[in-house]
Design a protein around this ligand. Structure first.
Ligand code: A3P
Length: 309
């Protein structure tokens, strides 16, 4: 795996009992993230990368902000920032403070209510006030199959992490828990094990594809926000694959265009909002890879009652 890992731009660091693979500069910010002052009014999306996080963020932001489509033209990185975003950035090259116009952690701290914050961290790495339950912000997590997540992450890694290995090598990294924020099932289960908490909601990518209006209603009920048929219809249209793909505030194309070259990240031209389907892996993985994933998922999920499909 180390051989494959070397094909990721600079590799990752491992932390905690689950050997969570976190971005290279995470440890520098770990303490600040742990001690982050949480507010009960916050809303967090906590999900493994490539499960549909951005899709869920846009839905949640609009529900929380009374369908302010004008406000939603501001880029999502500013409306719905990532708790641990600093950990991705090599400060010798650039830093987030320039982009946010102030110290990034202060930006998070000073956001007005209701704050919407994203994280890809495993449960045990989230702010202590969340894990010890002293604060009870709403937390939404998105579930997607390991196969589609892995395929999506492979393309993302070429786009954003300078990955130069083959697809099969990437699958091996993912299965071994050595892709960023992996091990995948340990990440998912770290939240699943907290499902008894009333402030956690699970949504599935597959349900968003099948019945987006239904998921919007469920999420709005969880967030205690009112909806009517018209607002649901408007949001379904806004969140369609085509609409999101063409929306510069959420398609992250500017990250690819502006940041990727600075950090020497890009080895591919696939867009961030790429295919947006369920089961796309069936045309991208070999039968052997599919079988390997099936067995692995079966083993990892045994006895957990978790079903992502
Ligand atoms: P694919 O690479 O399979 O297309 P994340 O935001 O967690 O990084 O997830 C990215 C994945 O969500 C990508 O999957 C992307 O295309 C998909 N996605 C984003 N917006 C979507 C939408 N409106 N409808 C369906 N899929 C969407």
């Amino acid at each position: 795996n180390d051989r494959f890992l070397s094909k990721v731009r600079k590799g990752f660091v491992e932390v905690g009992e689950d050997n969570v693979c976190v971005p290279l500069y995470y440890e520098k910010y770990q303490e600040k993230i742990k001690k982050f002052e949480v507010r009960d009014s916050d809303v967090y999306v906590v999900a493994h990368p490539k499960t549909g996080t951005t899709w869920a963020q846009e839905m949640i932001w609009l529900i929380m902000n009374n369908f302010d489509y004008e406000g939603a033209t501001k880029d999502i990185l500013k409306r719905f920032p990532t708790l641990e975003a600093n950990s991705h950035v090599d400060v010798d090259i650039a830093n987030l403070d320039m982009y946010y116009g102030q110290n990034y952690m202060s930006y998070l701290e000073e956001m007005s209510n209701p704050r919407c914050i994203k994280s890809h961290l495993h449960w045990s790495l989230l702010p202590e006030q969340i894990t010890n339950g002293t604060k009870k912000p709403k937390i939404i997590t998105v579930l997607r199959s390991a196969e589609d997540t892995c395929v999506s992450f492979y393309h993302h890694s070429k786009l954003m992490e300078g990955y130069t290995g083959t697809f099969d090598e990437y699958c091996q990294l993912f299965l071994a828990g050595r892709s960023c924020y992996g091990p995948f099932w340990k990440s998912v289960l770290s939240l699943w094990n907290e499902r008894h908490r009333p402030n956690i909601l699970f949504i599935k990518y597959i349900d968003m594809k099948k019945d987006l209006a239904g998921v919007i209603r469920k999420v709005a009920a969880f967030l205690e926000r009112d909806l009517n048929d018209e607002t649901v219809d408007g949001l379904v249209k806004h969140l369609s694959f085509e609409s999101m793909k063409n929306n510069p505030a959420v398609n992250l194309q500017f990250v690819v265009d502006v940041f990727a070259p600075v950090f020497n990240m890009t080895t591919a031209k696939t867009p961030f909002i790429r295919r947006g389907i369920v089961g796309g892996y069936k045309t991208e993985m070999s039968d052997e890879q599919i079988e390997e994933f099936r067995k692995w998922t079966q083993k990892e999920l045994e006895g957990t009652e978790l079903d992502v499909e």
